[in-house]
Design a protein around this ligand. Structure first.
Ligand code: PNS
Length: 158
């Protein structure tokens, strides 16, 4: 596999995302992590800032490129000449939505989606939980990449 596109909201990046990035990067020459707009979500952190946080979390993974873009996932996949889309699947509730999205993207853009199950221990983590914990002043450190809790809290405040 040459290029995989891993699209998402990443608002903010969590240990669940990092798990998929680390494992996905081993399967391809280049993993493009793309911050895209999910119309179903309001958005807390500014997209370029989300990309910056992902870049910091991915330092040391040589074949990861991080971008923040507008438009459809299939357009992003075409721009980066991605061979397939990568998405993470948590054990509870992700599948139906991911199935629909994969089908639509295949119909629209003739691009396949590969779904990777999350590793044990991170399947219960979500960006929305991180945002909620942070909004009540709780400790988000167990759920986000090591050493990045303060960066993420700062980004949420701006
Ligand atoms: O992390 P998320 O919120 O589950 O990611 C969803 C995302 C951003 C990948 C999805 O909303 C998306 O693809 N947005 C771009 C617009 C698009 O292509 N919509 C059609 C998807 S079928």
């Amino acid at each position: 596999m040459r290029t995989l596109l891993y699209p998402g909201s990443f608002d903010p990046i969590t240990l669940g995302h990092l798990d998929i990035i680390q494992r996905g990067a081993k399967l391809c020459d280049r993993l493009v992590v793309a911050v895209l707009h999910n119309p179903g979500k309001k958005g807390t952190i500014e997209p370029q800032k989300r990309a910056e946080l992902i870049r910091k979390a991915c330092r040391g993974i040589g074949n990861v490129v991080v971008t923040a873009e507008e438009g459809l996932t299939i357009e992003c996949a075409a721009r980066w000449e991605a061979d397939a889309i990568l998405r993470g699947i948590r054990p509870l509730g992700d599948f139906e939505n991911e199935f629909t999205m994969a089908q639509l993207n295949r119909r629209l853009g003739h691009v396949e989606t590969l779904m990777m199950t999350t590793s044990q221990g991170v399947g219960d983590i979500s960006s929305s939980a991180v945002r909620e914990i942070a909004s009540f002043g709780g400790d988000i450190a167990p759920f986000v990449p090591e050493g990045m809790a303060q960066d993420i809290l700062d980004a949420m405040k701006k």
